[in-house]
Design a binder for this molecule. Sequence first.
Ligand code: FMN
Length: 365
Amino acid sequence: MLKKLKKFAKDALAVPQVRRAYERTTLGVLEVFGSNRPAATAYSVLGLGTFNREQYGILAGRRAYYRNLSRARHSHVELRRNVHRLEKGILMEPRREVFARDYIEETVDFYGLAVRGRGPGTGIDDVELRWADAVLAEYFSVVAPGEPVVDRARAAYEALPKPDGVVVDRPLFPYAQSDIKRSDVSYDDLLALAHQRRSVRWFEDRPVPRELIDKALVVGREAPTACNRLPYEFLVFDDADAVQKVASIPFGAGGYGHQIPTVIVVKGRFDSYFSPRDRHVPYVDASLAAMGFMLALETLGLSSSVINWPDFEPLEMKMQKTLGLAPYERVVFLIAVGYPRPDALVASSPKKSLDVMRSFNALAE
Ligand SMILES: Cc1cc2nc3c(=O)[nH]c(=O)nc-3n(C[C@H](O)[C@H](O)[C@H](O)COP(=O)(O)O)c2cc1C
C-alpha cells in the first residue's frame, strides 16, 4: 500500500505541471506558517503529527531519566555528567578552593548507587566506576576541608566500597596536556584518508569480521560528546536475514540494500537528558562518533555508506517494531559496511569550495 502510494506520488510529480502546482501550494502554506513563531506553533498542532514523535521521544526520555535516578544500570548518565563537571572544576585556571558545592553530594549519591550495584553479571561499566572513583578521590584531595557540604560528601565517599581495577590507556583524572600521547599521523595522511572515504554502496560478498567493527568503534567512541555522556549505541546486524530485515526499511538503500553484508543502526538516546534544551545532542554526538568510525573502517580495508533516516511515521513504526525501540530511542541514521567491490562505481561528490562554506568573524552589524 505504502509502496503503491509512493509510486503514485512519484509518477504524478514527474509531470511538470503537477510538480509546479505542488511547489506553489507548498510555498503558500509555508509563507503563512513559516513566517513567525506563533504561526509555526499553530502548524505543529495542525501539522498532522509532523513533530509529534520527536516531542514524545523527548518527554519519554526525560521521564526515563528521572525514573532511572534511583536505579543501578549498565551506565549512569547523571554520574557521567557530574564527574565530567568535577574534572572541569579540577582543571580550571585558576582553580577555586571549593567548587561543586551544589552537586558534590548528589554525585557521591549517584556514585554510591552505581558502585553498590556492581557485581558479577551486572554489566555495570567498570571504566565508568573507576573514572568516577578516581575523579572523586582527586576532587577531595584538592578541595579545602571545612565546608560542611564537602565534608559530608567526603565522609559518604570514604565509606563506599572501591571499584575493581581495570586497565585503561590514560590516567582517569585530569592530567597534563604535555602528557597527551602524540600520534605521528600527518595532515597529508589524514587528508588522504578523508579522500579515500567515499560513500561506497557496492560490496564484495564476504562477511565483515566483528573484531574489525569493534576496532573501528574504539576509534569512533573517542569523539567529543557533550558532558562525556555518549548518548548513542551502534546496533550491528551481520546475520543475512537480520540485515535484510533492517536494511530494507529505509528508502535510502533502495536498489543496493540487498547486497549489504553488515548494516548498523546508529541509535540516539533521549533518556540521557533532564531538559529538552539538549534534544539535539544525541544526533550531534552520534554523528561525530560515526565519522571517526567510518574513517577507521577505511584503515581496516572496509568501506561504508550512511543511509538516511528521515522522521517518516510509517518507517518509524516499522523500525520501532523490528528493533523493539523504546519511545525515547531514536534512529539517527544507518551505516552500510562491507569490503568495497573494486569494479563498481562510486559517486564523485566533490565538496563545496571553502569560500562558500567558510567565513571569518561574520558578526551581524
Ligand atoms: C545523513 C546522511 C544521509 C545519507 N543518506 C543516504 C541514503 O539514504 N542513501 C545513500 O545512498 N546515500 C546516503 N548518504 C550518502 C551521501 O549521499 C554522501 O555522503 C554524499 O553524497 C557525499 O558523498 P561521499 O560520502 O562519497 O563524500 C547519506 C549521507 C549522510 C551524511
